[in-house]
Structures are given as C-alpha cells and as structure tokens.
Design a protein around this ligand. Structure first.
Ligand SMILES: [Zn+2]
Length: 551
C-alpha cells in the first residue's frame, strides 16, 4: 500500500489506526510525505519509508483517527466570549453572578460588560432577572447571551439606554420577558435581543482576528482540523476569516455558512454570490447559506406541528415561531441550490424540520439532483413520517449529540411541554437505519466542542457516564461508537465538501489526523469522553502537540 520509496517526513507506527474508509479497515502504521498520506498498512511494510530525517512517532497501541470535523460551530463567537466575560464554567445563579462581579471589577474601563454562557436551568423559569445583574453591574450596561445564543440577560442600565420599557412592543421575531405589570424583567428572547444589541460597541478588527485565533487554537487542541462556521455575518465572522486566511494564519479548513437575513428576501442572494467570490481564499470557502428556521423548545420558539403542552397535561395554542416564510423558501432554496450554495438549516421543532425538507423537495423538483448537500442541523424533534425523507431527498442529518440526554434543560424545560412527542427527540439510530448521511457538530459555544465528549453522549445517551448510573434518553436511539466516529469524520467531511481530500485516512488524501491518548475502542478502559487528543496534524504539520505524543 505504498506509493513511493522515498523516505517519508512523518511515520506513525505501532498504533490502532482507524482509517474510517468505506470498509472501516484498521492499520498499525501510516506515513506522510508532501502533506499527503503516502502509505497505510502494517508496521513492517512501512519501515522502509523511515529515513534519517523522518519523524517517527511510536503510538504504543494508541488510536489515530482522521481529523475531526465539526459540522456546526461558532468559533469566532466562542473566541469573543473567551476574550470577554465568560460564564460557561460558573455553576448556579450565585456562581454566575460572582463571575460577572469579578470580571466587572477587573475591567473598570470597559463601557459595557459583555459576554455569555449562562444556563437557563440555573434561573427560575429559565429567565434571569435584571435586578440580580444590577447588584453586580450597577454603573454600566451589561449584556450577556445565554449559552444557546437564543436569549440575552440585560441589566437596568442596558434597558434604559435602549429605551426598552413596559410600553415597548415585542418584535415579530422575538419576545421581551415581562413582569405582570408589563415591565421587562431582564431576559430578551431571540429577535428581542437586537433591541439592546444594536447599541453594543462594534468589535474592533483586532478583537475579531484574535477571537478566531483563540477559537482555532482551542478546536485544534481537541483534534478538530476542519469545521463549518454556522453563522457568518460580514462582521465579525467574515472579517476574522478573511484576516487570518489572507495572512496564512488560518490552519483549519473552514466552510462559511452565510447568514440569511429573515427580514429580507431574494434580493440578498446576489450579495451571497458576491461575498462567496470576494471572501473565499485559502482554507476559507463561503459556500453555504444558513437558514434559521425556528428558535428552541425551552422558550417555546421552536416551531412545532402541534401546539406545546402547558406542562401540566393540558394544551396551549402556541406552536412556536417559524422564522422564515415557507412560501418564500420554496423559491429561495431552489435558487440557492441552482447557484451551487449549500442550504444549512437550523431546525429544532418538527414543523421546522418538515419546512426545511419541503424546501429541499422544491429544489429537487425545480433543479433535479444536485451536489449542494443540504443539511439540517439540531433535528431535536422529527415527526416519524419525515425520517425517511432525509435519504430520499439527499439531505444530511447534522446532529449535536451532546444534547441527547436527560439533564435539567431536557427534563424540566422540555419534556413536560412536549407530551408523547418527547420520544421523537434526536432519533439518530433511526436516521442511520433509514440510510441518512449523519454529520456531527458541537454548536460551540452553546456546548463543549470536544468531539470525544459528544461521541460519548451519542453512544451512551447519558450526560456524563463517568458520574455513575443514569437513565439513558431513548436508548434505542444510541449509535455504535464507529458510527459516531464516522459522523465526526467522513460524515462531516461530506457535508463540508471536503471528502475528496479528507475525512478518511487513505493513500493520496491530505494528512489531517488526530492522535488519541489511548485505544478509543477499548471500552473496558474507561469512558469515551475521558479519552484526550495528544496530537493534531493538518497536511502532516502539527497544529497541536501534547508532550505525551513523544513520551
Ligand atoms: Zn449554532
């Protein structure tokens, strides 16, 4: 299985190399030359490729996988949060408030306290209050997004500055959380965030570029070599990618999904064509368009075919919000498809999933088969009638497996309002059985971008298996580990149109790979999520190395 007899630049030997090729075959050694894989096979067959200047890494039974690809992630946003008031690691309401207080104290010159990462389940009713924030930030406006990005917590100063009062009407695409007298309580949902966000100071070009550097470094440290940025606005995301790509600093391969503005229509399509041409360079390709179909279930903005329950066995008349007009979609999506753009849908509720599939069906009818590889991200609730349509319409299922477990957000804020439909959530194994392509992603900074933690939940359907006994969420929908790994490698590479060159470890492909600290498939050795990445290579060049790699 060698293509050359000249010495290789890099040889990995003595390992468990998961090639993830079509047969899921295994090898013990892999050689790299000129940035590509020149040989894969048994140790003995590759030893002639080791020359005096070859770097040799003895794996001692460790697993090597294709570089992970995150099919839905927000690294610029994640990096900006890392630069600012980051409360992802804080626990409970008081812990979050203490973190914000510390940040405010140590950043006396910032005009706004900005950041995010709070968790709805830490606050009564899922909605934090302005008075709490006022106690720790009284002197300046504060704006902190929740970790799913679908809500913001603001203080009284921010509401005052934006002129948001009891008489302010809710925007069409969002909702102001209010007290019984109508006054805003401090939580703004979805489009209502813009009432305050429009007053935030602009990110500077340096901040945007630095945010992406931080995000990229973090993703590489987790074995991620390529990703799809799931929301690209001209600022800050596009500016950051162009800044790094034009200086040769973008080491990850990135597909940018340009944001479809819900308040506009077909006229923005010409701008996508222009932006694709102007901004795609080096490892950045702006070839996807993000269509945000609905919100999330926890605040009842996820679009459902039938109304939400009231949490006590009764019904409501709320079916959530379909945020993009389905009639418009039936012409816009065929047009995007005919121009070679990939539709990347956000769909949480079963009505949003169906509307996404209907839009692709309209494109198939108008254009016939295409290679744009539409995908639907999140897919929390899928009506059983729609599962088979993923395969028949050639739509990839873009799963965020970390959410497929019992935790407070699921058990307190979701299941009681879904009724029997709770069993339609995250049907990964059913999708696979129906022949759908499955890709995976994290939605970081909503959730951890660590693919091994995410794969653990895909396989176990339990929040943290190392904490001991816990009831899995819908255990029939568990995936086998090899299928979860395929989703994070070849599956996401397919969605990213990078499968010709990456996604599997085969001779001739680019040497994008991750080295793990032990045998991933030795299930007796501990939880999947406790496996760590000790080396990440892109075209054979290390972009992350832990000392253990050579140890
Ligand atoms: Zn997202």
């Amino acid at each position: 299985m060698t293509t050359t007899d000249t010495p290789a630049e890099l040889v990995l030997t003595g390992g468990r190399i998961a090639t993830m090729d079509a047969a899921h075959s295994w090898a013990s050694a892999l050689a790299v030359g000129g940035g590509r894989i020149v040989a894969v096979g048994p140790d003995a067959a590759l030893s002639p490729l080791i020359g005096p200047s070859t770097r040799v890494i003895g794996l001692r039974g460790r697993t090597v996988t294709p570089g992970f690809q995150d099919a839905h992630v927000h690294p610029v946003h994640g990096g900006l949060t890392m630069l600012r008031c980051d409360v992802h690691e804080a626990r409970g309401r008081d812990g979050v408030l203490a973190t914000i207080a510390d940040y405010a104290r140590s950043h006396p010159d910032e005009a706004w306290i900005r950041g995010g990462g709070w968790y709805m389940a830490d606050f009564e009713g899922g909605t934090p209050r302005r008075e709490d924030l006022d106690r720790v930030v009284a002197d300046r406006p504060a704006f902190l997004t929740n970790r799913d990005g679908h809500g913001a917590w603001v203080n009284s100063k921010a509401l005052e500055l934006a002129g948001v009062t009891a008489t302010t009407a809710d925007p069409a695409d969002g909702r102001i959380e209010r007290d019984p007298d109508g006054s805003p309580n401090g939580t703004l949902h979805e489009g209502a965030m813009d009432l305050v966000a429009q007053f935030l100071p602009d990110d500077t070009p340096d901040e945007m570029a630095e945010a992406l550097r931080l995000g990229q470094r973090y993703l590489h440290s987790l074995g991620i070599t390529a990703w799809q940025d799931a929301i690209v606005h001209p600022q800050p995301e596009e500016a950051a990618y162009v800044a790094l790509a034009s200086r040769g600093e973008l080491t990850g391969r990135v597909i940018g999904a340009m944001w479809w503005e819900r308040s506009r229509g077909a006229e923005q399509i010409d701008e996508f064509v222009e932006r694709r041409k102007a901004t795609s360079m080096g490892r950045y390709q702006a070839t996807s368009v993000k269509l945000m179909m609905d919100g999330v279930l926890e605040n009842f903005t996820g679009a459902m075919l039938d109304p939400y329950g009231d949490g006590h066995g009764g019904a409501t008349d709320n079916r959530g919000l379909l945020q993009i007009d389905p009639d418009g979609l039936s012409t816009w999506v065929p047009r995007l498809d005919s121009l070679g753009f990939q539709p990347h849908f956000h769909a949480i509720g079963d009505r949003a999933v169906r509307a996404s599939l209907d839009a692709v069906e309209a494109a198939r009818r108008a254009n016939g088969p295409s290679d744009t590889r539409p995908h639907v991200a999140h897919i929390q609730v899928i009506h059983p009638d729609d599962i088979a349509r993923f395969r028949t319409l050639d739509v990839a299922a873009n799963a965020q497996p970390y959410w497929a477990c019992h935790e407070d957000q699921m058990d307190v804020l979701t299941i009681p309002f879904l009724g029997d439909r709770w069993e339609w959530q995250y049907p990964f194994r059913s999708l696979r059985a129906a022949g759908a392509v499955i890709a995976m992603g994290s939605d970081w900074s909503v959730s951890t971008p660590n693919p091994l933690l995410e794969m653990e939940v895909a396989v176990e359907r339990v929040a943290d298996v190392s904490r001991g006994e816990a009831e899995p969420l819908l255990p029939d929908e568990r995936l086998d580990l090899v299928d979860a790994l395929a989703a994070f490698t070849s599956g996401s590479a397919y969605v990213n149109h990078l499968d010709d060159e990456t996604g599997t470890l085969e001779v001739g492909k680019l040497a994008d790979l991750a080295v793990l600290d032990r045998d991933l498939f030795d299930r007796g050795a501990g939880a999947i999520g406790q496996v760590t990445v000790i080396g990440t290579f892109i075209e054979g060049v290390p972009v992350f190395e832990d000392p253990a790699l050579d140890g």
